[in-house]
Design a protein around this ligand. Structure first.
Ligand SMILES: [Ca+2]
Length: 319
């Protein structure tokens, strides 16, 4: 735990190094508290309850351009620190482009920094959970595309819960799926346009069905499969997240709601007593451009598994 080799400072990349150093000294110290889990929390895993040592990291005030990458264990997903802040959530453009479920657009404030996966969870990472006795022993079909750095697919929302339970147990940190709000905030990374990279969507920037053209996107290649999670690193967003647009659509924690009326404007996931559907975000290799937008939402039953669905994880920084 906490070895220097597990920490990475990304400045997207060295371009903003000078900027980072300038702000590093008055940085905000955030203490990462140790935590212990019991075997009952392991989601069927056998990690036995690991108590982690406290760690400290420094966040610079101008964090919009600075992502701090870290791992909590050698087999754990690489995480990036996302700052607290406010943003506009939903279909922001005039005329409106999104579905009814993206309205009304509204202001949201996240009062605490948090960590979210730099990448979609990979087969390699999922298999570490299975090898450790977790994740219910489920080995999803690779579809002939190869495992390793490809995103794990055929993932239900319930499968994702088993993985974050194992990660929580293994690391002593409170891993979970991101809420929809956290996902969109992290995906937008300060942008208000449909996509978080500069310029128009193209198959050089994301993995999707580029035979379909929308809103100025360029016609391109339909790869018809997932790609390694780091393939589009050069088009990562300003927070350092890769492939929020396309590759695999990603589970969020929230119960799906048909619109944002009554939304509280905080970062919490919505949990209803009767939760028929959970919400997917980001679109996939098999979707057209419209579904790749930061604001796109899609309901899927939590038990369903598809070859275009995976997830990335999140956790608080203070537990
Ligand atoms: Ca994705």
């Amino acid at each position: 735990m906490g070895s220097f080799s597990n920490w990475y400072l990304s400045i997207r990349q060295t371009r903003f190094l000078g900027h980072a150093i300038r702000w590093a000294l008055p940085g905000v110290m955030i203490g990462l508290m140790a935590g212990c889990q019991t075997a009952d929390d392991c989601g069927g895993g056998s990690c036995g309850g690991v108590c982690s040592e406290p760690e400290v990291l420094t966040l610079a005030p101008d964090r919009h351009r600075i992502g701090i990458f870290f791992r909590d264990c050698d087999e754990c997903p690489q995480m990036v620190v996302v700052p607290a802040g406010s943003f506009q959530m939903g279909d922001l453009l005039e005329p409106q482009m999104g579905g009814d479920d993206e309205r009304p657009a509204h202001a949201v404030t996240l009062t605490q920094a948090f960590a979210i996966g730099r990448y979609e969870v990979t087969f390699e990472e999922w298999n570490s959970c299975v090898a450790d006795g977790g994740c219910r022993g489920y080995r999803p079909d690779e579809n002939g595309w190869g495992p390793r750095r490809r995103p794990v697919i055929e993932m239900s929302w319930d499968d994702a819960q088993a993985y974050v339970a194992w990660l929580t147990c293994k690391t002593g940190r409170q891993y979970r799926l991101p809420s929809e709000t956290e996902w969109e905030y992290a995906a937008r990374a300060g942008t208000m346009m449909p996509f978080s990279f500069e310029g128009e969507l193209s198959s050089e920037k994301a993995n999707y069905d580029a035979r379909i053209v929308w809103n100025g996107s360029k016609p391109g290649t339909y790869l018809a499969q997932t790609m390694p999670v780091d393939r589009y690193d050069t088009h990562a967003n300003a927070f350092g997240l890769s492939a929020v647009h396309g590759n695999v659509a990603e589970w969020t924690q929230d119960c799906y709601t048909k619109d944002y009326r009554g939304h509280l404007g905080d970062g919490a996931a919505r949990e209803d007593a009767e939760c028929e559907y959970r919400t997917l975000r980001g679109g996939s290799w098999d979707d057209g451009p419209w579904s790749l937008r930061s604001a796109w939402r899609h309901p899927v039953a939590p038990w369903e598994r598809h070859n275009f669905v995976g997830f990335r994880v999140a956790r608080r920084l203070d537990r």
